[in-house]
Ligand binder design. Structure first.
Ligand SMILES: NC(=O)c1ccc[n+]([C@@H]2O[C@H](COP(=O)([O-])OP(=O)(O)OC[C@H]3O[C@@H](n4cnc5c(N)ncnc54)[C@H](OP(=O)(O)O)[C@@H]3O)[C@@H](O)[C@H]2O)c1
Length: 283
């Protein structure tokens, strides 16, 4: 991976940080994306010290802001000519509905729309750098999800689970449609479920009820470590075994069938259309 450039969102904790560390140890150039400068600097130093790889860079971006996503791409393109691996990993889950600076429901904006926008804005660099790989960290709860086209910002009946599963379904639908669009380009795109991973992300939401924190504490010893949770992402980013494989859903480094609805091309197309509108991208 020495001559490769990898960009990882949400690399300041959990699965993203474990992924960044593993990729840094391959000698690749790693660009980590986060919203907190102090955290980014600390992690950059940690990666450099632990791996001896000095080619670690960071770009600050709050992915809930589309302006920040545009600025991040502009900064990336001024610093780098190539991008070989794009890992869309950042995500959150919120007990109470929040709205972004763009007027969008926060989970939708961070977990899905930022990925849609970032990927589309970087597609020219990825094509120029091919073979290149895009990896979307989705989740098994896509199966419970629905795309609420009539109320995509969940102004009515918001729950954390509805918001989260909508975005994870969107991540899978987006992956499959993009894979078709990229046919013949040598840019592959796959998505994955990382497993139930002990990242403690539940504690980041100040509105998480005490009973949920208690349940999390009770069950988290049975969850995987972030390092284990990152294994499928790292496999998809680095392994020659997945050369040329695209438009698939992976669990434990194996191709699995995702929920039936994810293969519905009308649903994929409808989602693409509304995503283009919400991010002001041409269809
Ligand atoms: N953990 C699980 O069991 C599990 C299961 C299925 C899927 N997933 C998916 O795996 C991915 C990683 O989750 P994780 O468990 O590793 O969670 P995590 O430890 O909370 O990491 C999430 C990352 O996303 C970043 N992030 C959140 N909002 C952001 C924003 N507005 N702008 C920029 N960065 C932002 C966080 O930055 P800060 O450090 O600044 O907060 C952090 O680096 C997510 O997409 C999640 O949905 C996780």
């Amino acid at each position: 991976m020495k001559d490769k450039v990898c960009l990882i969102t949400g690399a300041t904790s959990g699965i993203g940080k474990a992924t960044a560390l593993a990729l840094a140890s391959t000698g690749a150039t790693i660009v980590i994306i986060g919203r907190n400068e102090e955290k980014l600097k600390t992690i950059m130093k940690e990666l450099q010290q632990k791996t001896g790889n000095q080619q670690i860079d960071f770009i600050i971006a709050d992915l809930s802001s589309q302006k920040d996503v545009h600025n991040l791409v502009q900064t990336f393109k001024t610093r780098y000519q190539k991008l070989h691996v794009l890992i869309n990993n950042a995500g959150l889950a919120l007990t109470k509905r929040q709205v972004t600076v763009d007027g969008l429901e926060m989970t939708l904006a961070v977990n899905y729309l930022s990925r849609f926008l970032l990927t589309n804005l970087l597609i020219d660099v990825l094509k120029r750098s091919s073979p290149a790989r895009i990896i979307n960290v989705a989740g098994a709860y896509h199966a419970k999800g629905e795309i609420h086209f009539e109320d995509i910002n969940l102004e009515h009946g918001y729950t954390s689970s509805r918001a989260n599963s909508q975005t994870k379904l969107a991540d899978v639908l987006f992956t499959y449609k993009l894979a078709r669009q990229l046919e013949g380009s040598k840019v592959t795109v796959n998505c994955l479920h990382p497993g139930a991973v002990r990242t403690g992300s539940i504690y980041k939401d100040e509105n998480t009820p005490h009973y949920m924190k208690f349940m999390y504490k009770l069950f988290s010893p049975f969850f995987q470590s972030p390092e284990k949770g990152a294994e499928t992402t790292i496999f998809l980013a680095t392994s020659p075994e997945v050369d040329g494989i695209t438009g698939k859903y992976f669990v434990n480094k194996k191709i699995k069938k995702s929920a039936e609805k994810t293969y519905d091309t009308d649903l994929q197309n409808r989602l693409w259309k509304i995503s283009s509108q919400l991010t002001n991208l041409a269809e």
